[in-house]
Design a protein around this ligand. Structure first.
Ligand SMILES: *Cc1c(COP(=O)(O)O)cnc(C)c1O
Length: 386
């Protein structure tokens, strides 16, 4: 027991100890904690769909129809027709031959990368990719080559150096980076994967629902939907639901159905969740005002912060870092804003290299909320510096 205690005390002494806050209720852009109301600048509820009444109705309807749990793994008899409907919609919107639903983004990345790639292969991975991608790579046994964040020259050099000696190669990248809010250089990634005979896998977790005419992510925005080999995304962020998908060629999906352990050896999440995702995806596709408003608010806040001389790094999206001088400063600022009724997390080293507040916006916010946040932020910084 001493081991665990010592490790935890070490985290506490470094100011890195974390605990889980208990949310009582959510209501649009507000979250209630311990009886108090907070403006939510923390969750990935980008389109404000998490408590949409139409989605709630679909979920209830599905519970009545299918019951609560799915009963089994999808390969045994855990596939209600609603999963198929969801996959059909994904397949067509993503312009791929086939789609496959997973219980979570973590499951999808872990399972798919470790299933497709093996010890004779090489994976080129952006330094800032999501942890689930790294876990998938280490489980695969493939050689890991990390390239500098969004640095296409570095990637090219590394492809030249490491590609030849290996059987299969994969380039994998988030499309909208979850901590810096910047975007992958997708066109260049496509060119490089074609030039070097590699598979390209993208993770659209934060871009899905938000970017592109129908919310199909960065690949849609850039007109590159057909150029990506493995297109992954989640329902847990902008769609306000749970689960993830892989869109790819028919042959890759068939291979995954037969081989992916995180699909085969786990019970499918409830059909009602799939039904909620399906409704969320349709609403997100049809109500483009949500992403337009969201991206408008993001530009508005970015301009505000930059005019105040704050460092927001290279963000181009609804995820906006506000860089702080130290871990302690970031934490203190987050706590001060919490006291002022705003929920915005501090992200510290070693999770990121520059400690920061990580603001994530939602389509239910208004300009007045952004103004309120900026005012409170200014006052909080002023108070701390005194
Ligand atoms: C959140 C996230 C995941 C994991 O998705 P879950 O559905 O929460 O398991 C994977 N990749 C990226 C980039 C993410 O932001």
């Amino acid at each position: 027991m001493d081991f665990f205690k010592l490790e935890l005390e070490d985290l506490k002494s470094k100011g890195l100890f974390r605990s889980i806050k208990n949310i009582e209720r959510i209501e649009g852009k507000y979250i209630y904690i311990e009886g108090k109301k907070y403006l939510d600048l923390s969750s990935s509820n980008y389109l404000g769909l998490r408590d949409d009444p139409r989605i709630k109705e679909e979920v209830k309807r599905a519970v009545d129809l299918y019951g609560f749990g799915s009963g089994a793994s999808r390969l045994v008899c855990g596939t209600a027709d609603v999963y198929m409907e969801l996959e059909e919609l994904l397949r067509t919107e993503k312009k791929q031959e086939a789609a496959l639903f997973f219980n979570s983004g973590y499951d999808a990345n872990l399972g798919v990368i470790s299933c497709i790639m093996g010890k004779n292969d090489v994976i080129f991975c952006d330094k800032l990719n999501h942890a689930s991608i790294y876990d998938g790579i280490s489980l695969s046994g493939a050689k890991l080559v990390r390239y500098k964040h969004n640095d296409m020259e570095d990637l090219k050099k590394k492809l030249i150096k490491h590609r030849a000696g290996c059987e299969k190669a994969m380039i994998v990248s988030d499309t909208l980076f979850s901590m810096d809010g910047d975007l992958a250089k997708l066109k260049e990634l496509v060119d490089l994967k074609e030039a070097h005979g590699a598979l390209l896998m993208i993770d659209e977790a934060h871009a899905g629902g938000v970017l592109g005419e129908n919310g199909m992510g960065l690949a849609e925005l850039e007109g590159l939907l057909g150029k990506v080999d493995i297109n992954m995304g989640t329902f847990s962020k902008a769609y306000g639901g749970q689960g993830a998908y892989i869109c790819a060629s028919k042959i890759i999906i068939e291979y995954l159905v037969n081989k992916t352990r995180s699909l085969i050896y786990t019970t499918a999440i409830p059909p009602a969740v799939a039904a909620g995702n399906l409704e969320a995806m349709k609403i997100a596709r049809d109500e483009s005002w949500r992403r337009e408003k969201l991206l408008g608010l993001a530009a508005y806040l970015r301009d505000h912060l930059r005019n105040l001389g704050m460092d927001t790094m290279g963000t181009e999206s609804q995820i906006i870092p506000v860089v702080c001088a130290s871990n302690d400063k970031a934490l203190e600022l987050s706590q001060e804003l919490y006291r002022r009724g705003i929920l915005v997390p501090a992200i510290r080293k070693p999770t990121v290299t520059k400690p920061r507040l990580r603001v994530s916006l939602g389509a239910l916010l208004d300009k007045e909320d952004i103004d309120f946040f900026v005012e409170e932020l200014k006052e909080a910084i002023f108070k701390m510096d005194r």
